[in-house]
Design a protein around this ligand. Structure first.
Ligand code: ZN
Length: 295
């Protein structure tokens, strides 16, 4: 609902796109001219601007991923906003219902947004980030003897989740993983961070040799807070996640657990006040890139 309030109508959303694309004044997407006539508000059309140099009509959609799209600005704005808050798994059904566009339109729109975000560095954390894992699921000790697995203590019978928190923005991303080996954990980190991001982890061997500036804290010798090298941020996120999990969802398949983890991270991120500012920044990059590379 907060997101919907940010873009109360199509005109406001259109203005948001214009402010981001043309912070220094409207520029013709066809010839680059600044000599633009914009129709007055009451006569505003789908193509509100006219270039006096090349005599083309255009809108803020022209030559971006929204080019020739009939989907309204509000739907685009909310879609982009949701997808920059790491709610990667938000369903097209939800967008379709919330925004009153057909499910097919919602699906196409999300696909276009995802395509742009996935081929660039737009959702990478710049850091410093804290990375950690947790294990979620029922404790073996609570189970009936016949249901217990035979292996020792620890994460037997639980599902592993890896996550990271950006110390600057407080944003979190997390996902269910099949393994906590070096390939999986390091892959998660490099996929979600910029190359220069400093990474704080515990001293698990799986993080050794990671291709990022790296500092580890040795939990094994009770060195939990070693200057900046602590992982308290992601640990507190795990604590919240587990409270939510135990309070609400007692049984959950691995597939549903991942959805829950994503939604939980998304809600956490939406609470961050810097969010809209960052979204604006992302949009600027997005519009800039798409103007250059898409036609
Ligand atoms: Zn022009």
């Amino acid at each position: 609902m907060q997101i919907m309030d940010l873009f109360p109508n199509n005109r406001d959303a259109e203005q948001w796109f214009e402010d981001n694309r043309w912070a220094d004044g409207v520029v013709c997407p066809h010839c680059g001219s600044h000599n633009i006539y914009t129709r007055p508000e009451e006569k505003r059309k789908n193509q509100p601007h006219r270039c006096r140099s090349c005599r083309c009509d255009f809108s803020v959609k022209t030559k971006t991923l929204m080019h020739k799209s009939n989907i309204g600005y509000r739907a685009w704005a909310v879609g982009i906003y949701l997808m920059t808050t790491n709610l990667k798994r938000i369903s097209s059904m939800k967008i379709h219902r919330e925004l009153d566009i057909t499910q097919k339109s919602a699906w196409i729109m999300m696909h276009k947004i995802r395509e742009t975000f996935d081929d660039g560095s737009l959702i990478q954390f710049s850091g410093p980030v804290e990375v950690g894992e947790t294990h979620i699921g029922s404790k073996e000790s609570y189970k009936h003897a016949s249901m217990k697995r035979k292996q020792g203590r620890g994460p037997v019978g639980k599902t592993a989740v890896v996550g990271m928190k950006d110390r600057e923005t407080n944003e979190v991303t997390a996902t269910v993983v099949n393994s906590t080996d070096a390939d999986t954990l390091q892959g998660f980190v490099t996929e979600n961070t910029e190359e220069t991001a400093t990474v704080y982890t515990d001293d698990a061997r799986a993080y050794h040799g990671i291709e990022r500036p790296h500092k580890a804290v040795k939990h094994s010798v009770s060195e939990y807070v070693n200057g900046m090298a602590h992982t308290n941020g992601i640990e507190s996120f795990w604590a919240m996640l587990k409270r939510g999990y135990h309070g609400t969802y007692h049984k959950m398949s691995k597939k549903h657990l991942n959805r829950y983890v994503n939604e939980f991270a998304g809600r956490h991120n939406i609470r961050q006040m810097t969010r809209l500012t960052r979204c604006n920044g992302l949009l600027k990059t997005w519009m800039g890139n798409s103007c250059l590379t898409r036609s």
